[in-house]
Ligand binder design. Structure first.
Ligand code: SME
Length: 198
């Protein structure tokens, strides 16, 4: 009986296919399957995406808090943040930290392809985050003067500075995406909140 049912599905009329086999099987921020993009205005679509993304960050944040309460060790905390973000965000291609070590931005805990161990001084997006003391969103890294390409597959990037109790920058959270223009104000807002709990 089950086999007969499955065979029936193979011959399902085309209007049923998106329901049986949703186009976005992962948990990425898209419209619900079956909703016609033509019936929703572009503005509404952007708002839906924004809401879905914010909700996902909300879930990540509430998962993170009990995990981080296990230790005050910042390496363990950074490793947990990098792992959770990388796992839950399909757009994230490289997710990790650089920390200042004797004046050099040196790689810390990360997930993704191999990264540069030390970044050339005062060059690139990470250093821009340190020097400008604010989050930097780069929609197209190829247009950012001095961008350091640790992996040529990266196309956009967000860098969030890490501040100590005295307001001194001690490192950055750096996230790369293979997509162009992958990061928005929602990412900025939530990632700043997340690094605030390291
Ligand atoms: N692109 C960064 C270097 C670090 S990697 O992206 C992992 C930069 O320009 O500083």
């Amino acid at each position: 009986m089950i086999l007969a049912f499955l065979r029936g599905l193979e011959k399902a009329p085309t209007f049923l296919v998106p329901i049986i086999n949703p186009p976005f099987a992962d948990n990425s921020p898209h419209l619900s399957p079956g909703v016609s993009s033509k019936s929703v205005s572009a503005r509404r679509m952007r708002m839906d995406k924004k809401d879905t993304l914010a909700k996902r960050y909300e879930r990540i944040f509430s998962q993170l808090i009990p995990l981080l309460s296990k230790t005050k060790n910042s390496t363990a905390r950074m490793a947990t943040i990098a792992s959770l973000l990388h796992l839950k965000m399909p757009r994230f291609f490289w997710t990790g930290f650089y920390a200042l070590d004797r004046g050099e931005l040196t790689v810390g805990p990360y997930q993704g392809p191999l990264a540069c161990l030390v970044l050339e001084k005062k060059k690139g997006v990470c250093w821009a985050g340190v020097l400008r003391r604010r989050t930097i969103i780069v929609p197209d890294v190829h247009k950012f003067p001095g961008h350091i390409a640790c992996d040529s597959r990266s196309n956009s990037e967000i860098v969030v500075p890490l501040f100590d109790a005295k307001g001194k920058v001690w490192g950055v959270l750096d996230i790369d995406s293979r997509e162009l223009d992958a990061f928005s104000e929602v990412d900025r807002e939530w990632l700043e909140k997340i690094v605030g709990v390291i």
